[in-house]
Design a protein around this ligand. Structure first.
Ligand SMILES: Nc1ncnc2c1ncn2[C@@H]1O[C@H](COP(=O)(O)OP(=O)(O)OP(=O)(O)O)[C@@H](O)[C@H]1O
Length: 310
């Protein structure tokens, strides 16, 4: 296990930010910590890194208890925090070289790693730029390069794509997968369910300082009763068809909204053929028809009763 957190409790005065929070991250994973703003993701990361004291619980990183002076473990961790933390008076290249130099004492090796990190995040054309000359997305890429240049075994990224343009966002997500394919274990926090679904092999969903569900995307979606949602654009909306549709196997709800027929089914696959057959045998004309699987928002909604994104 690369990271093992057990029953962590962290209070800020009266507020319980982490409420018996547990987590296990295995070697080689891209592990996603998904939760709405304020659910405790950053607090959990700061505790794992021993940057914050906590009230109860245990944390092991690389199989050893994590303490503020666990320098050997810390050398093998790369951190990319939510807020960009670079030196304003150093250029792109100087910043990366500085942060890499904190871990790598051989200056030639450090220069080589700096060049590799610049190429990795695609900042070759900006090496002599000061941070203030960079757009928000490029600044984020610099922040990432500073965190990963020393080639750490464990990379922790806390909401690295907030307020980032789509091009830089894709560059960041692809970069994370590349780092993972090169051997790094990754912990990735976000409140964007699409991103987490796109890159994470396992996910823990957080709410109010607790892990409310964890597993692969498919495991999480399999935990809830909400199943496929079938939408058909009807040429003529007729609510008379709803009663028959509701009697089909697995169907939990059928409704018409404008010219759209929406059929919701409970957990279970391949409900589309039955709906198609029903529409065809009842001579109901439709244009587009499509089937969607539940999203991680549906998982969050069913477990907590509220939307993941507010
Ligand atoms: N230094 C602090 N003092 C008091 N309360 C804090 C402090 N830091 C965080 N909190 C509170 O603890 C809770 C968890 O915050 P945290 O930043 O860990 O959540 P998060 O999931 O990372 O949210 P975000 O995505 O907004 O960063 C929130 O209610 C927040 O207001």
């Amino acid at each position: 296990m690369v990271v093992s957190v057990n029953n962590l409790v962290k209070r800020y005065g009266e507020l319980i930010a982490l409420d018996h929070f547990s987590l296990e991250v295995r070697e080689g994973e891209v592990f996603g910590l998904l939760g709405p703003n304020g659910s405790g993701k950053t607090t959990a990361i700061n505790c794992i890194l021993s940057l914050l004291k906590y009230d109860k619980g245990t944390i092991e990183v690389f199989g050893k208890p994590m303490n503020p002076d666990s320098y050997e473990s810390k050398r093998n961790i790369g951190i990319v925090m939510q807020n960009v933390a670079v030196f304003r008076e150093l250029t792109v290249e100087e910043n990366i070289n500085y942060f890499c130099g904190l871990y790598v004492s051989d200056r030639q090796k450090c220069r080589q790693l700096t060049e590799e990190a610049i190429a990795f995040v695609g900042l070759e054309n900006y090496t002599k730029f000061l941070p203030k000359k960079l757009s928000g997305g490029l600044l984020r890429r610099l922040n990432i390069a500073c965190g990963i240049a020393h080639k750490p075994k464990l990379i922790i990224l806390d909401e690295p794509t907030v307020a980032v343009d789509p091009q830089s966002r894709n560059n960041i997500l692809e970069g994370i997968l590349k780092l993972n394919s090169q051997g790094a274990t990754v912990i990735y926090t976000s409140h964007y369910m699409e991103e987490v679904e796109q890159i994470c092999s396992r996910i823990a969903i957080m709410d109010k300082g607790k892990v409310i569900a964890s597993g692969t995307t498919n495991e999480l979606k399999g935990m809830i009763n909400t199943g496929e949602k079938i939408t058909a654009e009807l040429l003529r909306a007729d609510s008379g068809i709803l009663a028959g549709l509701k009697r089909l196997p697995n169907v939990s709800a059928a409704e018409i909204s404008g010219n759209q027929l929406i059929v919701k089914s409970v957990h279970g696959k391949n409900n589309l053929p039955a709906v198609l057959e029903y529409l065809n045998t009842h001579d109901i004309a439709y244009g587009r028809i499509f089937c969607e699987l539940p999203t991680l928002n549906d998982v969050f909604l069913e477990i907590t009763g509220k939307e993941l994104r507010d």
